[in-house]
Design a protein around this ligand. Structure first.
Ligand code: NAG
Ligand code: NAG
Ligand code: NAG
Length: 267
């Protein structure tokens, strides 16, 4: 008996961890967390057994990318992505606003492995920082391979007069979007703007930035900072839960990790 109990509980734990991982990627929110107070980022690891990586993980995200510490890695290739129009739904998860793809929206390839685009969502302000600088917003494009490994492409935005063309096409939906768990169908969505070629990106291995903070996520943070208007920030902020305004997890320790740089302008 004394030998059995821990075995059973670790199987249950492993199963619940898998469900938690799938949920985070598929954009469900089964357990509560927030960005302030007792449910805030410093306590995520204690809120649920499946959230323990948030506190005990060693390769967590986001991070501050210190440019003079990045390693120009000549093995890295240009980001290979091919997206295609797909039926999509605008979703308010309370802790973030995003777009879920209901069908095949295309792929990202890393080291010959293909990751399908599942959803995109925004954080206000940015989670990743460059030389300590935090930006106005950050887009996460979440991709998953058939073995459930995850790759996220991140785009940083600075506030400017120029609006972001992709978010422009969501403004009607954002203005209709209600409180947590409300959805607005977008129909067939062309996402060409999102597959723009990138001359520069940072690559490191980290985690999801929301519970359960699952690790071994391949991050690619694009070097080109995009523009977002004040109106667009307000439209994305207003559907969020009161305790999830400013939905950026604080930067996590590098713990000796290397951040690689792909830059086609450096020979
Ligand atoms: C990188 O820059 C920071 C200041 O931004 C400085 O403190 C640090 O010593 C630099 N490190 C290297 C390896 O140059
Ligand atoms: C798009 O997906 C939604 C949700 O699955 C579905 O209800 C709708 O019929 C789909 N629309 C089209 C044009 O396929
Ligand atoms: C991937 O996750 C899904 C749940 O979303 C699960 O059904 C499937 O078995 C998992 N696949 C692998 C290879 O772990």
């Amino acid at each position: 008996m004394s030998l059995m109990a821990p075995r059973v509980s670790s199987v249950v734990f492993a199963l619940s961890l898998l469900v938690g991982i799938a949920s985070a990627i598929d954009f469900y929110r089964e357990m509560e967390f927030s960005y302030s107070g007792i449910d805030g980022p410093n306590n995520w690891g204690k809120l649920d057994p499946t959230f323990t990586p948030c506190s005990s993980g060693r390769i967590q995200s986001p991070i501050n990318i210190q440019r003079n510490m990045t390693v120009h890695n000549k093995q890295l290739k240009p980001l290979a992505r091919r997206y295609k129009p797909a039926n999509a739904t605008l979703v308010n998860k309370g802790f973030s606003v995003g777009v879920r793809f209901e069908e095949d929206a295309g792929q990202l390839w890393i080291d010959g492995k293909s990751y399908a685009l599942k959803q995109v969502h925004w954080h206000l302000p940015s989670e990743h920082r460059i030389d300590g600088q935090q930006f106005a917003a950050e887009l996460h494009m979440v991709h998953r391979a058939p073995d459930n490994s995850t790759a996220v492409v991140a785009v940083l935005y600075q506030e400017a007069n120029a609006a972001d063309p992709f978010i422009c096409r969501l403004m009607g939906g954002l203005n209709k979007l209600g409180k947590e768990n409300s959805e607005v169908p977008l129909g067939n969505m062309n996402i060409n703007e999102l597959s723009r070629r990138s001359r520069k990106y940072y690559r490191y291995v980290g985690s999801l930035t929301t519970p359960p903070c699952m690790e071994d996520v391949h991050w690619s943070i694009l070097g080109k900072v995009m523009s977002i208007s004040k109106e667009q920030i307000a439209a994305m902020d207003s559907p969020l839960n009161a305790d999830c305004k400013r939905n950026a997890r604080p930067c996590q320790p590098l713990n000796g990790r290397e951040v690689d740089l792909y830059d086609e302008l450096i020979c």
